[in-house]
Design a protein around this ligand. Structure first.
Ligand SMILES: NC(=O)C1=CN([C@@H]2O[C@H](COP(=O)(O)OP(=O)(O)OC[C@H]3O[C@@H](n4cnc5c(N)ncnc54)[C@H](OP(=O)(O)O)[C@@H]3O)[C@@H](O)[C@H]2O)C=CC1
Ligand SMILES: O=C1O[C@H](COP(=O)(O)O)[C@@H](O)[C@H](O)[C@H]1O
Length: 491
């Protein structure tokens, strides 16, 4: 059995009073601690403007992990590692005090000078924080220094370039960890293993044997409290530019020569470079945008997007996107990659369906048979696992066939809860493994692709709303596949 590595570090969270810290970061740090991946040699410094102190942050952390602890568990030992400093990131004075605090906790917790700066704040502050950290000597340490950056990484290619320039003026590329939390999901990480550790899939993973690949990430939630951010972003920037294109890159890339961060990234980058640019006059044939109207989800009536907040009246922001992506390379010529994502859809689910071609002459294909193409379904969430759809003989006399499924569920096999994406990514960043973080070149290529799409959409006013809450999106998203004789495989 391999020994668990227990990294030592001071974790500095900018935005410690915010939603992300509370819902994702504190529970993930706790899970790392409980699973033995963090030992005693760590300290967490929470920073934000609010007038909290050490007692308050410890109380907040305790509340945020409540669902993970047992009733009689004493978690004070865990929460005692948390410290708070009221801090305005725009004030240069604060950083001098921060340096002093970091150095003092490093001595107390023997963290060997390792520092992880986690920016869980609005991206407008990223450049300022990076520069101040550098200018105030917070990078000067005997250990390692890493900067973890939340999404969105810019609003378009020019703003992303500007942000990247600011970051790279202060940190080296190998110190910057750009989070895409989908890359921390167990089954997204499993895509490479399914492909490259199984001959039966990888030998067939090309245009000779695959008809099309479908990636769906549907949500039942609406914009919730994030109307301000979301309305300026929309589904294209919020989901397509990052999570969806990252999954496509993993599905379409060539086998890397080894599993190093550089080799995997280099293969993903080639896929993004091979994405076909669609001319403006043809955009409607390849892309569908939508916005939800009122409807019903889980038996409850819900508002349409434009009624969610006063500021959203008459909004033309898309809450749904479906696309037919074309990858112009030898392996994928002729195989469409269909992707769709949206808010207020029928169910919360992320799933990949690989549809294989039929055999040349199917002896069993009779009119009354229930026969389906072979499908490989990768369930990213919920019910993580894979299902292989095959055809088998129907029990009894005759040669009738019926579809059957071979299913594997991650949790029933491993018997443990699947680690949270953030838990894995925080751990990876502490270990210095950047494989599941996005490299600048990937970010830039993805922005280039979506910027072109958004520019052409900007020239026409959409007829919104065009799908009902609780549905699977606009009808045009179905027609996108029907034109090629395909359909979305059921939710
Ligand atoms: N929440 C989520 O589920 C997700 C969030 N993200 C990204 O994570 C980042 C944080 O999001 P989220 O937590 O939701 O945002 P919140 O608005 O909930 O939190 C923002 C944090 O920044 C702090 N802050 C704001 N201004 C300053 C300042 N001048 N100096 C110091 N602290 C400041 C706030 O604290 P205070 O007011 O006390 O200063 C607060 O702690 C964003 O980039 C977001 O896009 C990405 C994916 C999912
Ligand atoms: O990054 C984001 O992702 C979430 C969906 O993430 P999931 O892990 O729940 O599938 C999405 O709701 C949010 O709008 C977006 O910013």
């Amino acid at each position: 059995m391999s020994e668990t590595i227990q990294p030592k570090a001071t974790i500095v969270i900018f935005g410690a009073t915010g939603d992300l810290a509370n819902r994702k970061l504190y529970p993930s740090i706790y899970r790392l601690y409980k699973s033995g991946k963090l030992d005693e040699n760590f300290a967490v410094i929470g920073l934000a403007r609010r007038g909290w102190d050490n007692d308050i942050i410890r109380e907040k952390v305790e509340q945020s992990i409540q669902g993970l602890t047992s009733e009689d568990e004493d978690i004070s030992e865990f929460t005692s590692h948390f410290y708070y400093k009221s801090f305005d990131v725009t004030s240069t004075d604060s950083y001098t005090d921060l340096k002093f605090m970091v150095e003092s906790l490093e001595r107390e917790y023997h963290t060997e000078g390792n520092r992880l700066f986690y920016l869980a704040m609005a991206p407008d502050f990223f450049g300022t924080i990076a520069n101040q950290l550098k200018d105030h000597g917070l990078k000067e340490t005997s250990g390692w220094t890493r900067l973890v950056i939340e999404k969105p990484f810019g609003h378009d290619l020019p703003s992303a370039k500007k942000l990247n320039k600011e970051l790279q003026a202060a940190f080296d590329e190998n110190q910057i960890y750009r989070i895409d939390h989908y890359l921390g999901k167990e089954m997204v990480q499993n895509i490479e293993v399914i492909r490259f550790a199984n001959g039966i899939f990888e030998h067939l993973w090309n245009n000779q044997f695959i008809n099309n690949i479908q990636v769906t990430s549907s949500e039942t939630l609406g914009v919730e409290e994030r109307a301000h951010y979301y309305d300026a972003s929309g589904a294209t920037r919020d989901m397509i530019q990052n999570h969806m294109l990252q999954m496509v890159a993993l599905l379409a890339m060539e086998p890397p020569i080894n599993l190093s961060t550089e080799e995997i990234r280099s293969e993903k980058i080639k896929v993004l470079r091979a994405l076909r640019t669609i001319k403006e006059e043809k955009v409607h044939k390849y892309f569908v945008r939508g916005q939800y109207g009122p409807g019903e989800i889980d038996g409850k009536k819900v508002n349409g997007y434009q009624d969610e907040a006063e500021a959203l009246k008459d909004s033309t922001t898309e809450t749904f996107v479906a696309a037919k992506l074309v990858i112009d390379n030898y392996r994928w010529a002729g195989v469409p990659f269909y992707i769709r994502t949206g808010k207020r859809m029928k169910e919360k689910s992320t799933k990949i369906v690989v549809e294989f071609k039929d055999i040349p002459m199917n002896l069993y294909h009779k009119k009354d048979d229930l026969r389906n193409p072979n499908l490989l379904v990768i369930n990213i969430q919920p019910n993580e696992g894979i299902t292989l759809h095959l055809n088998a003989k129907k029990t009894g006399n005759g040669n009738l066939t019926e579809p059957i499924q071979l299913a594997y569920h991650q949790d029933s096999e491993s018997g443990i809860n699947t680690p949270e994406a953030y838990e894995k990514l925080i751990y990876d960043s502490m270990l210095g493994d950047a494989t599941n973080f996005t490299h600048w070149d990937e970010v830039a290529l993805s922005w280039e692709f979506v910027d072109r799409l958004l520019a052409s959409w900007a020239n026409t006013k959409p007829d919104f709303p065009n799908y009902e809450s609780g549905s699977m999106g606009p009808k045009a998203a179905d027609e996108l596949l029907e034109r090629n004789g395909f359909h979305w495989w059921p939710e």
